[in-house]
Design a protein around this ligand. Sequence first.
Ligand code: FAD
Length: 492
Amino acid sequence: MGGGTLAYALRDSGVRVLIVEQGDFLPVERENWSFDAVHTEGRYKNSAPWYDTVAGKEFVPGNYHYVGGSTKLYGATLPRFRESDFGAVHHVDGVSPAWPIGYADLEPHYTEAENMFWVHGNKGEDPTDPWRSADYPFPGIPHEGAMARLVESARRQGLHPFAAPQSVDWRPGGGCVLCETCDSFACMVDAKGDADVAAVRPALRATSRNVELLTNAEVLRLDTDESGRRVTAARIRHAGGREIEVRAERFVVACGAANTAALLLRSTSGSHPGGLANSSDQVGRNYMAHVTTFFLAVDPRHKNEAVYQKTIGINDWYSAGPSTPFPLGNVQGLGKLHGQQAKQGKPWVPMSILDEVTKYTLDMFIQTEDLPLSENRIGLDRAGNVTVTRRETNLASHHELIRRMKKVVRKAGFPVVLTRSLGVEATSHQCGTARMGIDSASSVVDADLKAHDVDNLWIADSSPFPSSAAVNPAITVAALALRLGHSGALTT
Ligand SMILES: Cc1cc2nc3c(=O)[nH]c(=O)nc-3n(C[C@H](O)[C@H](O)[C@H](O)COP(=O)(O)OP(=O)(O)OC[C@H]3O[C@@H](n4cnc5c(N)ncnc54)[C@H](O)[C@@H]3O)c2cc1C
C-alpha cells in the first residue's frame, strides 16, 4: 500500500522511480475465488515462517508478497483514523502516544486516497468520523440480509451503525458485483481497490513512463557509504537466485512493518552496528497489530442471506465517554464466512457441520487499539529469519467490547454468539516498528518519514505509526505515502 501509492504520487514527477518487489503479480485463475484453495490449502500464503518467541513455535503469517502487497488479499475497509487518534489517548493499560503530525496534516491526502481507491461511505453517519474537506467519492454500500436486521435493531437500541467505508469498484458501470470472495481473496476482475490495481498499474502507465517495476526481487540489505549517512545500493536476490545491485540517489523502504524492520536490522555495517537507521535501538520495537476477535452472531431460526457482508461499522464505544471509562474499539462486518474458515478455529468439527452452521452466522470483526510496548518487537534469529515477540495490551477493554456486542446482537434476535480471538497470528494490521518522532533518541524517522540517521532514506509503510488506533490501517498508510510523494523531498 505504501510503496505502490508513493509510486503513484511520483508518476510524471520528473524523477525516475524503480519499485523493487519481492513477489510477482498474483495470478488470475479460478482458485482466486475458491474457499478450498484460499483457506484450506493456503494457496496464496507466500511468506516465510515467523518464530513466535512467546509461544515458542513457528507460524506462517498472513503477510503477502505480491505486487500490491497485502492489499491484494485485504478486506478493502478503508476508514480514516479518528482525529483523536493523532493525540495522546488514555487506555486501560496505558497511554497511546501522540503523533508528531496531526489529522489536519493528513486530511488532504486522505481525500486523495479515497478517490484513488474508490471509497464508498456516507458522511455524517458515524459520529466519530473526523471532519473532511470533501464528501466520500461514492455513497455507502447498502446492508444486506441479517446485517440489515442487525443495523435496524442497533439503531433502535440507540447505537449509530454506519456504512463502513469500502474500497470497491461499485461505481456506476464498475466491475464489482458485491460477491462473497472479497475479504481475504484476490479480486479476479480487478474490482477491488487494492494497491496493484489502483496505485501500481496506474503509476506504470504514467505519461512520461518514469515508473518501472522489478518483480521477483527481494532486497536483502541496504549498503551505505563510509560515513553511514547515505544509502548507496540495495542488494537484491532476483528471480533464479542471481544477486544484483540497484544504485540510486534516494531510497524508500516500504516492505510492511515486519519486513521493513527485518531489512533494516539485516543491514548492519561499521557505522550502523545495530542495523541501519537504528541508533535509537527502536527498529523492530513497538510492534502493534490490534487486539482482534472474530465474532459470529447466530439466529438458529433464519439463514443469513447476506452475500457482501462487510458493510456495517459500529464506533459507539470507540472513545472514552460517560458509559466507557476507557476506549473499547471498533466493530465491523467481516467477509461472509464459510466452513473452510471456521475449520481453522474448530479443526475437530466435521466440515459438513461447519458448512451448515456458517449459513446461519452473521460474521463480524472486533478490534481494540494495541499499545506500543518497547518489548513487543520484530527481531531476527541467527539465520536472519523474522521473530516476533508480542503480548497483547488492552485485553480488558477488548473483552468489555465483546460483552457489549453480545448484548446488542442478543437483543437483535441472535441468541447464540461464537468468538475466536486471533492472538499473535493476527498480523494483518501490523505497524509501529520504525516509529515516527521528533526526538532521534526515541524514534527512527522524523515527521516527514526521513530516517534520522541517514540523509537519503525514507520509510513509507505502516512501520512509522506511533500508535495503532482501533480502525484498519491501510488508508492511513496511503495518506502518509501521498504526503511524502507530494512533499518535494524525493523530487528536488
Ligand atoms: C487478509 C487481510 C485483510 C486485510 N483487510 C484490511 C482492511 O479491510 N482494511 C485495511 O485498512 N487493511 C487491511 N489489511 C491490512 C492492509 O493490507 C495493510 O495495512 C497494508 O497492506 C499495509 O501496507 P504496507 O505498505 O505497510 O505493506 P504491504 O502492503 O504488505 O506491502 C509490503 C510490500 O513489500 C514487499 N516486500 C517485503 N519485503 C521485501 C523485500 N525484502 N524486498 C522487496 N520487497 C519486499 C512485499 O512483498 C509487499 O508487496 C488486511 C490485511 C490482510 C492480510
